[in-house]
Ligand binder design. Structure first.
Ligand code: FAD
Length: 479
């Protein structure tokens, strides 16, 4: 611990500089770790968040700690915050690259009242009404946890709710049905708006055939939020070590030995918060448990008054559309438009210009007045999609002090705060939370279980993903 305290003093006042450039082709199903000291992705958030706050520098020799957290995204940092605040435990957070280098500085900044990719009606179908109601309570509590956590972080919040825009008229009956379920079963005040109201009072998205408005939803500046979490975690006594990828993991006599390039961290308990950046080799309990999926995002230059008028941007609420391969978009506080959606399948393909161009074309289709507008920022990141589309906060082996929180499936900006809190409880030896499948079962394998152990499994999943994307495209825009 002394070594860490010493490192902390030397690192005080500055953030650790990157030692390697950003790797645009990184692929979690291929690489052994997400890198070592890599620079951030060139996102709007990093470009506009200001200097990253000080951190505790890389691990430089062997250290002995109580709790190590692997991954310094929203999940890892919020877990460190709650461990300190609620249990007096000062965690040691290990990050492969710069702090919050993964999803947490690449997302769309949409804090929605959701976790995982399933709708409320799908919760009822899968788990039954009682469990679905408890899940709803958990997600609403998560929203409150998130609001409380960000109350003193200047992350440019854009509150007001979430507008879920029907991208064509055929989806309106299903949207009406979902809104009725939300109102009548979950007592959650979702309202249906017709196309004219959406275009007149919210935004003139040319595709909009109507929308469902839900009361919860906050847009945030992802970089400022990540940096705020970092400051908060360190102020509470946690240490955060960038450029410290866990490259090997052994467990002996109840201790975990996490090998990083600068030294081995011996920990009594380990929380894994590596999200879509979890490598296949990190821990056997996590191999093949996630399907990391790429998502692209672009940000325009600030709109002129005339462009803003032409798009009738009257809302700064967070927006998504009803495609299975949905778009997430909004008008930012500085007058730019951000939009994101699915991208390539492999890391090698991700840098191809055609994926950015597809998103640009999607932007033009929704807002023809923006045709030709300069795109100031373009990036992508790996979303942690689980095989049943729901997250898990879980201790996979009761005999081992290893715990994980991941699988939010593109809905982790808000829920990672609650998941970090639940993970902290587990690490502190408490129950994660109420009786819910997300706390009581491990991340599932895909159905074809015997394929999991085969080396060819990851490529197989990607072939499946390729076919699914084509099928979703036909369902979304053709049939
Ligand atoms: C393009 C994109 C758009 C998104 N948009 C939204 C949105 O609008 N709304 C929403 O709710 N969610 C969104 N998400 C998801 C959201 O960003 C995440 O759920 C959230 O940030 C929580 O991330 P996390 O902390 O679990 O993981 P991450 O932020 O990915 O952090 C994991 C960290 O673990 C580190 N790591 C991995 N392996 C190791 C190792 N071996 N040793 C040390 N460190 C390691 C990685 O370097 C990484 O920094 C989006 C994601 C992407 C990629």
């Amino acid at each position: 611990m002394d070594a860490i305290a010493e490192k902390r003093r030397t690192a005080e006042g500055r953030s650790t500089a990157p030692s390697h450039p950003y790797d645009p082709a990184y692929d979690p199903l291929v690489a052994a770790t997400p890198g070592h000291g890599r620079e951030y992705a060139p996102t709007y958030w990093i470009g506009t968040a200001g200097e990253p706050p000080p951190d505790d520098g890389p691990i430089t020799h062997d250290v002995d700690v109580d709790v190590a957290i692997i991954g310094s995204g929203f999940t890892g940092l919020s877990c460190a915050i709650f461990l300190a605040e609620e249990y007096g435990i000062k965690a040691t957070v290990l990050e492969a690259n710069r702090v919050s280098w993964g999803c947490s500085t690449r997302n769309g900044g949409q804090a929605q009242c959701a976790s995982g990719r399933l709708k409320r009606s799908q919760w009822i179908g899968r788990y039954g009404l009682d469990t679905a109601l408890r899940l709803h309570a958990e997600v609403c509590e998560g929203m409150e946890t998130f609001k409380h956590l960000i109350r003193d972080i200047d992350c440019e919040p854009q509150p007001g709710g979430h507008l879920y825009i029907a991208h064509r008229p055929e989806v309106m009956p299903a949207l009406r049905k979902e809104a009725a379920v939300l109102r009548e079963v979950f007592k959650y005040d979702a309202r249906i708006l017709d196309a004219e109201t959406v275009k007149r009072e919210y935004v003139d998205d040319k595709e909009a055939a109507g929308a469902m408005h839900e009361p919860e939803g906050i847009g945030i500046h992802a970089g400022k939020l990540a940096f705020g979490y970092l400051r908060k975690a360190r102020a509470l006594g946690a240490t955060v070590h960038p450029a410290s990828p866990v490259e090997g993991w052994e467990t002996r006599n109840g201790f975990h030995y996490l090998r990083t390039p600068g030294g081995t961290v011996r920990a009594r308990a380990v929380g894994v918060a590596t999200g879509g950046y979890t490598s296949q080799r990190l821990h056997p309990q996590l191999k093949n448990r996630l399907l990391p999926v790429l998502s692209n995002s672009i940000v325009t230059r600030p709109l002129t008054e005339a462009e803003r008028e032409a798009c009738n941007f009257r809302t700064t609420q967070v927006l998504t559309d009803t495609r299975i391969l949905r778009h997430y978009y909004r008008l930012m506080p500085d007058g730019r438009v951000q939009i994101g959606s699915r991208s390539a399948i492999t890391g090698n393909d991700a840098p191809q210009k055609k994926y950015e161009q597809k998103l640009v074309d999607d932007l033009y289709r929704k807002f023809p007045a923006l045709t030709g507008i300069e795109i100031d920022y373009s990036w992508w990141g790996w979303v942690d999609v689980s095989h049943d589309m729901m997250p898990r906060i879980f201790q996979p082996d009761p005999a081992q002090t290893v715990y994980y929180a991941m699988g939010y499936g593109g809905n982790g900006v808000m829920y990672s705060a609650q998941a970090g809190r639940r993970l902290a409880a587990l690490i502190a030896g408490k129950s994660a939370g109420p009786e819910l499948p997300i706390f009581r079962s491990e991340l599932p394998f895909p159905n074809v279980r015997e394929m999991v152990e085969s080396q060819a499994f990851a490529p197989f999943r990607r072939v499946g993903q390729w076919f699914l994307y084509r099928w979703y495209h036909l369902k979304d825009d053709v049939f």
